[in-house]
Design a protein around this ligand. Structure first.
Ligand code: SF4
Ligand code: SF4
Ligand code: FES
Length: 235
């Protein structure tokens, strides 16, 4: 496959044609924060945490969706980008109720890790304190909408890997919620096979296994990519 040469943070990097800036950076050991991206799933560019600066473009571009090109000059960690990412993470914390002392993902949460990575020490925005439901109608799993960051990783894992599309997103803006089937409680969603892939994909404690404590939470998002790779080898 044709190769492309570009610079990322001043380093000369080789990438395959068609690869995204995010993939090229990761291959070169350069870390770009992400939230909605998950190896093995399609890219949706929803969270905007992976925004980078590309010479010649006034706009910040999402690294997960922008293909590399010959001679491209990319910056991934300027002060402008750092401030942008910090603001995004603060807004995520302000939008719902991420009181993690009671969250099963405590210590195992990509949102918490992102807050540390971007140097968030406090939230500059007003907390919205929405009234969000917890649905434990499913016999094995539950969803706490307070913890959901609307990354749609559960939606894509269920649709693209399990192939049943139980999850979807309904509503707009601050009223948006992930729903199961046509908005029925998860336990009544006839399409759900109880495979647990949405639990693996979820970056926070929004989707959890019922009855698990913080120490027992088993959530390994890398397993989604492993399942996809194993299938590709078989087929
Ligand atoms: S358990 Fe499996 S089938 Fe059910 S909602 Fe989650 S990913 Fe979809
Ligand atoms: S439930 Fe989890 S995986 Fe699904 S959108 Fe919310 S945070 Fe993302
Ligand atoms: S990881 Fe690229 S927009 Fe979310």
């Amino acid at each position: 496959m044709a190769a492309r040469t570009l610079t990322i943070d001043g380093r000369l990097v080789s990438a395959r044609a068609g690869e995204s800036i995010l993939e090229a950076a990761r291959d070169a050991g350069i870390h770009i924060p992400t939230l909605c991206y998950l190896d093995g799933l399609s890219e949706v560019g929803a969270c905007r945490l992976c925004l980078v600066e590309v010479a010649g473009s006034n706009r910040l571009l999402p690294a997960c969706l922008t293909p590399v090109s010959e001679g491209m000059e990319v910056q991934t960690a300027t002060e402008r980008l750092r401030e942008h990412r910090r603001a995004i993470v603060e807004l995520l914390f302000a939008e719902r109720n991420h009181v993690c002392a009671v969250c099963v993902a405590s210590g195992n949460c990509e949102l918490q890790n992102l807050a540390i990575q971007v140097g968030m020490t406090h939230v500059r925005y007003d907390y919205l304190n929405p009234v969000c439901a917890v649905d434990i109608s499913h016999p094995q799993f539950g969803i706490d909408h307070n913890r959901c960051v609307l990354c749609a990783r559960c939606v894509r894992a269920c649709d693209e890997v399990e192939g049943v599309h139980t999850w979807d997103v309904a509503g707009r803006g601050i009223h948006a919620r992930v729903i199961t089937d046509l908005g029925v409680p998860w336990g009544q969603a006839e399409t759900c096979t109880s495979c647990g892939k949405c639990l693996l994909a979820c970056p926070t404690g929004a989707i959890f296994r019922r009855g698990t404590s913080v120490a027992e939470l088993e959530r390994d998002p890398k397993r989604i990519a492993q399942i996809v790779a194993a299938r590709q080898e078989r087929w």
